[in-house]
Each structure stands twice: as C-alpha cells, then as structure tokens.
Design a protein around this ligand. Structure first.
Ligand SMILES: Cc1cc2nc3c(=O)[nH]c(=O)nc-3n(C[C@H](O)[C@H](O)[C@H](O)COP(=O)(O)OP(=O)(O)OC[C@H]3O[C@@H](n4cnc5c(N)ncnc54)[C@H](O)[C@@H]3O)c2cc1C
Length: 280
C-alpha cells in the first residue's frame, strides 16, 4: 500500500494517470478506513485528498449549482445555497448516520462508494444531478442516472476522480416532494428501503413524476418504467395492479440481515401508492 498527499488537483491527476495499481481516495475516510481495517482492501495507491481546494465548496454558476466532491453532509445541511434552492435535498439528508459522521462524510465519497443503500443518491437521481469526472484529459459530465453500471461498479475510469455534483437551480421548482428512508432506527441506521419522489399534478393529472429507490437493487436507480406509466395519467385512472406489476420488474429486493425481500417490496409499493394519494 502506498499513501500519497498531492499538493493540488494537477499533482493528483498526474499521479492517477501513471499509477499502476488501483487508486483509492481518502476523503472523509468513513468508508475506506473500515474497508482497510477489515482487509477488504489490501493493496493500492491511496491519495489523501481532503485538502485539495478544487474539490471543495458549493458554488453557483449561472443556472447551475456546483457541489464539490469534498462537501460534507454537515456543509450540505448548513448551506444557505442548498436551503434556498434545494430544500428537498437538504431535508433528505437529515437522517444520515450520526452527527459525528456528518462532519466527516463527503458527498463524493458517498456516491463513489456505490453502496445500494447510500443516502444521497436517490434524491440526487430525481433532481437529475450530473457528475463532473476529471482526469488529466479534462472534465467530462455524466448524468448520475447512467453513472452506476452494477454492484459497486461505475463509469469512473482508473485515472479519474469525481470533481463534483452539478444541479440545475430549477431542479426542485414547483414539485411536490417525498424522501423516505425506512430503517431500524431514526439515526445511525442503514436504509432497508429508500424512496425519493418529485411530482407535479395539474387538474387531477400527473404532469410529471420522478421516482428513485435505494436499497432495492444493485445500486440506487430511477424507476423509469413506472415513471413512463404514470406520466400524463389522470390520478383516477391509475391502476394499483399495474403499478404492482411494473414495480415487480423494476426492483429486485433481497433478503439479508436487516430485512426480507417481501417486506422491502411491500414497503416500497406502499410508499409509492401513498405518494400518489392512493389507498393501500
Ligand atoms: C458508522 C457508520 C455509519 C454510516 N451511516 C451511513 C448512512 O446512514 N448513510 C450512508 O449513505 N452512508 C453511511 N455510512 C457510509 C459512509 O459514511 C458514507 O458513504 C460517506 O459519505 C463516505 O464518504 P467519505 O468521504 O467518508 O468517503 P471515504 O471513506 O473517504 O471514501 C469512500 C470511497 O469513495 C472513494 N472516493 C472518495 N471520494 C471520491 C471522489 N471524489 N471521487 C472518486 N472516488 C472517491 C474512495 O476511494 C473510497 O473507495 C456510514 C459509515 C459508518 C462507518
């Protein structure tokens, strides 16, 4: 194992481009230190990135807000820019881990870790967030919806790092919102089921709906087929059985120590029906 502390982003990117081993980043360290301690990671190049300015800060640029990858949960919870433009996102983050963890855990680390249960991804998915990925070749923007490719797998290349998350300033505008994290407790709990939703209803019709789930698939994802069925439908015409049928193909809950798959499925279905104002 080799530990490096690059002085700035350029030095980091140069190192990544010539590295022969797998690269790991120590941001808040809340995930990776556990993995090292448990010997899930035994070798690699480790970069301490916490003091790299270019990866930090929440900045508005025209109609977009750029959230640096090193932004911690605490900074997101206390940011005026986030509370002004993304109150739904801010509310979604209140049940993250514990106060101690919120001061260390970063948004970039949470996304990159790629856990199916990660808290920040479902709300960011319904906000159509983009990721800025950077390497010596430059920056490329990818939508968060296409970032994950499998369990803990993503489009991030070996020589890239997540620079930040980009949100449109209008992303929450005019929507009714829902974020529900169902766990064993309110704090220090891992989600058994998470649902994020945005909807616009006009004269009894769903004008637009966006739904994303966590803890129900190999990675958090949007419910594309369900959205397709629900967009532009009169609420009175929604068929509960059709929702059930579509959902059963879109989520693949598993049974594990925390919960069983039937419970996870039922909770997710009921949360969606409640969000639509339908009895279950
Ligand atoms: C007790 C405990 C409770 C927890 N509770 C929760 C919870 O409630 N909800 C939840 O979602 N998570 C939870 N976690 C997991 C963890 O805290 C989060 O995933 C956190 O956001 C990770 O961020 P970090 O900065 O600490 O990442 P690190 O541990 O520093 O890194 C994690 C991974 O991401 C990679 N990485 C970091 N930054 C970048 C970047 N900019 N670009 C590319 N790759 C990067 C690293 O290489 C590493 O593989 C918990 C962890 C612990 C130990």
């Amino acid at each position: 194992m080799q530990f490096n502390k690059p002085k700035d982003l350029n030095e980091l990117l140069e190192n990544l481009s010539i590295s022969q081993k797998k690269n790991y980043f120590l941001a808040g360290g809340t995930d990776i230190n556990v993995q090292i301690k448990k010997e899930f990671i035994k070798d690699g190049n480790f970069y301490y990135i916490n003091e790299i300015d270019e990866l930090n800060g929440i900045k508005r640029k025209n109609e977009k807000v750029h959230v640096g990858a090193l932004t911690t949960y605490r900074e997101l919870l206390e940011s005026d820019t986030i509370s002004e433009h993304f109150p739904f996102l801010q509310r979604s983050l209140t049940n993250f881990a514990s106060p101690l963890l919120t001061t260390m855990a970063t948004i970039g680390g949470n996304i990159a870790n790629g856990s199916p249960t990660n808290d920040v991804t479902p709300p960011l998915l319904v906000l159509d967030a983009e990721l800025e990925l950077i390497s010596v070749a430059g920056i490329r923007n990818v939508s968060l919806t296409s970032f994950f490719t499998g369990y803990k797998k993503s489009l991030l290349k070996k020589d890239e790092i997540i620079k930040g998350v980009v949100l449109s300033i209008q992303a929450e505008n005019g929507y009714e919102t829902l974020y529900k994290k169902v766990g064993a407790r309110k704090t220090l709990t891992i989600a058994k089921v998470a649902l994020a939703g945005l909807k616009k209803i006009k004269e009894g019709k769903i004008d637009e709906i966006k739904l994303a789930v966590g803890s129900l698939n190999e990675y958090p994802r949007r419910l594309d087929k369900l959205e397709e069925y629900l967009n532009n439908i009169m609420i009175r015409d929604i068929n509960k059985n059709t929702i059930d049928e579509i959902l059963s193909k879109e989520i693949t809950p598993i049974s594990d120590l925390r919960s069983d798959k039937e419970y996870r499925y039922r909770v997710c279905l009921n949360l969606i029906l409640s969000f639509l104002g339908i009895n279950h």
